[in-house]
Design a protein around this ligand. Structure first.
Ligand SMILES: Cc1ncc(COP(=O)(O)O)c(C=O)c1O
Length: 477
């Protein structure tokens, strides 16, 4: 009966301090939240208080969705074993997942976490032509394994040059708000892609060879960055010319979150297809499963090492039953459509807030993947890091869970379960409005009259990014 025992919160905190590694951080460490149950987009603490969850992109179709729970429980009661035995769940899930992807992405490897997926993606790329060098984006996070810390500047920025992997090369994040080439650049997609081309040339000069370029289709931990349209096509051209592969990390942004498409890489257009796609978080709605999908050619090259790929839990019948149920719910409840509709509604509300709050520098997003970048000065883009933390803490007092990320931790990230409603959006924005009003009053911040001119300048200068953004419902900041 131990599982039913609810400890006093202080006791839970004591035991956690004693037995859980101190580097495993907790949200709101000075007053952590103890969640005991959850449903849909809501989480409940031990006192029965209900929190609106705007953080959990893992509980994609809603916390504890009954169809997903039942699918897992039913299969658990029947059989769970490894993929060395034939089982229909494995092949049916692979077939179903493939149907959401471009045809050439047809071979699946099932693993258990986003990190495992990205680690395997690197192995596939290294084996493909025997090349070694990897290009990754500034501020990227791809997982916690050693191989992934190496390609995750979000983590390795704390390391000295000597500790960094010399085969890993950093390209600028294609961020048109704060990055190297901004909205006023005539062609930011080409400018950012040319940076990748320059890296390739430098690697070649030193005798290296590019194995892969890895990037999230939209950077999440990196600050909810939406790359300009055409960026990935151009990067792919340069990387493939060098014999490398393109790895699209869809661990955070896949499975319909962006609203218009099932996969975020598809936002770039039909003429962009990665060589490897990695998936995680939402795939099992909280059940630990993930997947790497690649082409037949890449998969065949992987076999030439002669090494078997075995993964004890990857692709087990329970995980696959859950994966199938998640896909069913997305379809049955039109959650991709909901992400599009509610996401548009939310972004529109936030745009209205930007008109009145000087702290809001940029609103960007697609579907239910939305970022609100807070700045102290809209012209200098001074990051409002402390203010972003304040907003999060105050929202928690209103029972709304949100987080901040990006290199300056000043981007509020909104990535709720896809069953989020327009009423939820209203509530979050109403509370945010109130908190920002108080903060700005305390700081003496006012909208400068120059802001209108600045907005006009931004509207004019966004034309190179506009096709993607208007198509997909984003309102240009
Ligand atoms: C983009 C991205 N890739 C990979 C990972 C690693 O996934 P996991 O924590 O399941 O290992 C994460 C985790 O946050 C992520 O955000």
């Amino acid at each position: 009966m131990a599982a039913a025992v609810i400890l006093e919160k202080d006791r839970t905190i004591d035991l956690r301090r004693k037995h859980i590694g101190p580097s495993c951080k907790i949200f709101f460490s000075h007053d952590p939240i103890k969640i005991v149950r959850a449903k849909g987009q809501y989480m409940h603490d031990e006192t029965g208080r209900r929190y609106l969850d705007c953080i959990n992109n893992v509980a994609h179709v809603g916390h504890c969705h009954p169809d997903v729970v039942q699918a897992g429980a039913r299969q658990m009661a029947q059989l769970n074993t490894n993929s060395r035995f034939l089982h229909d769940n494995l092949v049916l899930y692979a077939q179903r997942l493939q149907a959401t992807l471009p045809e050439k992405l047809s071979v699946c490897y099932f693993v258990n976490s986003g990190s495992e997926a990205n680690d395997l993606a690197l192995r596939l790329a290294w084996q493909y032509r025997g090349h070694k060098d990897i290009i990754t984006l500034e501020n990227a996070y791809h997982g916690h394994l050693s191989s992934l810390i190496d390609i995750s500047p979000y983590k390795f920025h704390q390391l000295s040059d000597a500790e960094r992997n010399p085969f890993v090369h950093l390209a600028p994040s294609p961020d048109v708000y704060r990055g190297k080439y901004r909205a006023d650049h005539a062609d930011p997609a080409t400018a950012y892609a040319d940076e990748v081309k320059d890296i390739i040339e430098k690697v070649h000069k030193k005798g290296g060879k590019i194995a892969a370029f890895i990037a999230e289709s939209l950077q999440s931990c990196g600050g909810q960055v939406i790359p300009p349209l055409g960026y990935f096509q151009q990067v792919a051209k340069h990387v493939r010319q060098a014999g490398g592969l393109i790895i699209a990390d869809e661990v955070q942004v896949g499975f319909g979150r962006v609203g218009t498409h099932f996969w975020a890489f598809q936002l770039q257009g039909d003429d962009f297809v990665p060589d490897i796609v990695t998936m995680g978080k939402p795939i099992g709605n909280g059940h630990p499963m993930s997947c790497v999908v690649t082409t037949k050619e890449v998969a065949e090259a992987f076999t030439t090492s002669g090494m078997e790929y075995f993964n004890t839990f990857g692709g087990n019948p329970v995980s696959c039953a859950i994966g199938l149920a998640v896909l069913d719910v997305i379809e049955k409840e039109d959650l991709q459509g909901n992400a599009l509709r509610v996401g548009r509604y939310l972004i529109n509300l936030l745009q209205q807030q930007k008109e009145k709050h000087p702290l809001i520098g940029d609103i960007r997003g697609l579907g239910l993947f939305v970022g609100v970048e807070l700045v102290r000065d809209r012209l200098k883009l001074t990051p409002a890091t402390a203010e972003a933390q304040e907003v999060i803490y105050k929202l928690k007092e209103d029972y709304i869970l949100l987080s901040a990320d990006g290199p300056h931790r000043n981007v509020l990230k909104i990535k709720p379960p896809l069953c989020f409603t327009t009423a939820d959006a209203d509530l979050v924005v109403e509370k945010m409005d109130h908190i920002l009003t108080e903060l700005e009053a305390a700081l003496g911040l006012k909208l400068p009259t120059a802001v209108n001119t600045e907005n006009e300048w931004r509207k004019d200068s966004m034309s190179s990014c506009r096709p993607m953004r208007t198509d997909t419902g984003i309102t240009v900041a």
